[in-house]
Design a protein around this ligand. Structure first.
Ligand SMILES: O=C(O)CCC(=O)C(=O)O
Length: 301
């Protein structure tokens, strides 16, 4: 049977200087101890968070391509650093920006003097596989592939796909092969193979899985905009449902409180969007959804 796989649409992202892996390594190595604590370090071998230092990631990026026996014990680490903040002397120098067509939007961590600091980045070793997941609570993400070879698989936030994720969101990712399960059972998969610099967009609540074939770096920026508001608020309502059905979804009370707090934080950005673009025709719809969700989420914190 011939099956056509849809391709993730590319987005042209303007910049001043072409970003390089060296810019990302520079950001990683100049993190303050407080930033190191906040950074997400993942060991893709064990599929768990890792309490390590920037130098551990660099070591893993260098060593991973040479590992021949992945069953050896102790296993070599496959460490990725996700969410590395950009610094003026690192990726910030490159001036990554929003495409001109992104009017009526706001960026996360927005720094008015240097919007390019709104772009954080990630470094991953060859062999990293991040199973399908969601990153944030209600924003779209602009992505920019900087270096290496990666395959991105994405699934749209349809009710079926969100229900699938809702049953797994608090379960360990190494239960079964979640990527194969998603390929077989979810709808609307799209793929993007990146081996050259390119930009693309992940909509709010867009599930994605990423396979890294060679040492790689990419960057991302959180964006809120009216064009994604319907899927963002639908996804937030779905998350609220997961909090409310906590026990039947394997979600602890503490997880629910944490998730409600993060959703409330996300809503503050929708309010910020409504304030900055107060003449947009859908401002009142945004404010109505924010009001409704805030009221319900506040009962869970
Ligand atoms: O590159 C990776 O290993 C995972 C990246 C990812 O999932 C993300 O940036 O959201």
């Amino acid at each position: 049977m011939d099956t056509e796989i849809e391709l993730v649409e590319r987005v042209t992202i303007p910049f001043r200087l072409a970003p390089k892996m060296a810019n990302v390594v520079s950001d990683l190595m100049s993190l303050t101890p407080a930033e190191v604590k906040k950074m997400d370090l993942i060991d893709y071998n064990e599929l768990e968070y890792f309490n390590g230092e920037p130098a551990d990631v660099v070591e893993s990026i260098i060593q991973a391509p040479f590992v021949l026996d992945w069953k050896a014990v102790p296993r070599p680490r496959l460490l990725s650093a996700l969410s590395i903040p950009s610094k003026p002397k690192g990726l910030g120098r490159c001036g990554l920006d929003l495409p001109a067509k992104f009017t009526d939007t706001i960026q996360g961590l927005s720094n008015v003097k240097n919007p390019s600091l709104s772009w954080s980045s990630a470094l991953s070793p060859a062999g990293a596989l991040s199973h399908p997941h969601l990153d944030y609570h209600g924003c779209a993400q602009l992505m920019y592939h900087i270096e290496g070879e990666k395959l991105w698989l994405t699934w749209p936030p349809t009710p079926k796909n969100l229900e699938w994720w809702g049953m797994r969101t608090t379960r360990p990712p190494n239960e079964g092969n979640r990527t194969l399960d998603a390929i077989e059972n979810l709808e609307g998969m799209a793929a993007l193979y990146c081996d050259k610099q390119c930009g693309f967009l992940i909509p709010p609540y867009g599930l994605h899985a990423v396979i890294t074939f060679s040492p790689a770096a990419h960057s991302g920026s959180q964006v809120w905009g009216f064009e994604w508001m319907d899927e963002a608020f639908e996804g937030m309502r779905a998350e609220l449902g997961w909090i409310e059905n906590g026990p039947s979804m394997n979600r602890s009370h503490a997880d629910g409180v944490e998730c409600a707090k993060e959703l409330l934080e996300g809503l503050r950005n929708w309010e910020r969007l409504a304030k900055v673009h107060s003449d947009h025709e859908r401002v009142q719809d945004v404010l109505d959804s924010v009001f409704e969700l805030k009221d319900m989420l506040n009962r869970h914190v």
